[in-house]
Design a protein around this ligand. Structure first.
Ligand SMILES: [Fe+2]
Ligand SMILES: [Fe+2]
Length: 395
């Protein structure tokens, strides 16, 4: 089979990308396109891109909606340590049995020889370059120039595409989604990717980079919905921390890791929970909180006790909740993808420093109410939390 790889950051995926994929398939040069979202940004380290799982799932939802089996999205880069260069990714993906192409704009040709390991790249793929209307690159001239450097290793084919000139950076800053496919626009709105997502800019470089790395590390640990949830909580917690003048880095990290242990086998959760706080939590639904703290400590090297406590008590609350505890507790219930019916008032109260505690009260009252209706016993820690907020009973 002839496979065309198409790599990029896709933050977000837009109609320019779609026309590249369509054009490559229409050209007949390839039977299938495999899209590879980059897990990390090789040019501006750290904070410029949305966390990798957001971009991977946004691309996947979008392309599954628009194409059939002839377009696939690869998560290969999630499993490569450090920044992945094209040659590294190709080494991992190419096998003897297929023929490979690298889909790109013709504007890469003048600088292709400056890429890392261009010879190695050419040993795996034919360059399949898109020519936009009005494209001024002299493809024939560039081919000859590269031929002088790479000899017979160089193979270039060109195809025409419709004229989409779009930049993801403009979409991120303007919030104008008119050139974004419907599924991607829906994803961006659901996760408030370029609204709440911007909270990462308020964190320190080291916390922002840690957040992006944990997001990649949790990709194999959590299913799509939960992974995106836990990342949303991190970003919303950072936003609340900024609002309250609290520690943004700690909120970002505690929030994003709060559910990291939720899909571990129950036996492992039980063991981790015991190590964190003995027999304090025994109910299966609560285990992942202390287990998550212990996992964050052992696997992600988190030593800050305030962060570990905020993870430990995110399901039950406790007496003497710290500001960080409250931030994570509330962000867990209010992150943008949550759709419970009673969130409008809570979100409004949580949006101001003066009424933030009122949002916490409303949230706890709603949780206790749910427990009561389902006939689930309330954990003693939640009762302590409640009696501090309401006296004996929620009003
Ligand atoms: Fe949880
Ligand atoms: Fe959660």
């Amino acid at each position: 089979m002839r496979i065309g790889f198409f790599g990029g950051s896709f933050d977000p995926i837009h109609n320019g990308h779609i026309s590249m994929i369509e054009g490559a398939l229409r050209s007949g040069a390839v039977d299938k396109v495999v899209v590879i979202p980059a897990a990390r940004n090789s040019f501006k380290r750290g904070r410029t891109l949305s966390a990798a799982p957001y971009r991977f799932y946004m691309v996947k939802e979008t392309l599954d909606d628009l194409f059939g089996e002839n377009v696939e999205v690869s998560d290969a880069e999630m499993f490569i340590d450090g920044i992945s260069y094209t040659a590294t990714t190709l080494e991992r993906l190419c096998t003897e049995k297929d023929e490979y192409y690298w889909i790109c704009g013709s504007d890469i040709l003048p600088t292709f020889d400056k890429w890392r390991d261009p010879g190695k790249i050419l040993s795996y793929v034919t360059l399949l370059v898109a020519k936009r209307p009005g494209d001024t690159t002299d493809i024939e001239h560039e081919k000859e120039r590269l031929q002088d450097i790479f000899g017979d290793l160089l193979r270039v084919e060109a195809f025409d595409i419709k004229g989409y000139e779009e930049a993801s950076s403009r979409i991120r800053s303007d919030g104008d989604l008119s050139n974004v496919p419907a599924k991607a626009a829906e994803f961006i709105k659901t996760h408030d990717l370029y609204g709440s997502g911007k909270a990462i800019y308020d964190a320190s470089d080291s916390a922002a980079e840690a957040f992006l790395e944990y997001a990649i590390a949790m990709y194999p640990l959590l299913k799509k919905k939960r992974l995106l949830h836990t990342l949303n909580v991190g970003l919303l917690a950072a936003r609340y921390a900024k609002l309250l003048g609290s520690d943004i880095d700690k909120a970002l990290i505690a929030g994003c890791l709060h559910d990291c242990a939720k899909e571990l086998p129950v036996e492992q959760q039980t063991e981790l929970a015991k190590r964190r706080c003995g027999d304090l939590f025994t109910h299966e639904r609560l285990l992942h909180s202390p287990a998550g703290a212990e996992y964050a400590k052992e696997v992600f090297g988190i030593e800050d006790e305030e962060i570990l406590d905020a993870i430990t008590y995110h399901t039950t609350g406790r007496g003497g909740m710290t500001v960080l505890d409250k931030i994570v507790y509330l962000a867990d219930k209010l992150e943008p993808a949550r759709t419970y019916a009673d969130l409008t008032d809570m979100r409004a109260y949580a949006g101001s420093k003066e009424t933030f505690d009122e949002a916490v009260r409303l949230c706890l009252a709603s949780v206790l109410d749910k427990f009561e209706r389902k006939g689930i016993g309330v954990h003693p820690l939640s009762l302590e939390f409640a009696s501090e907020l309401f006296g004996d009973k929620p009003s």
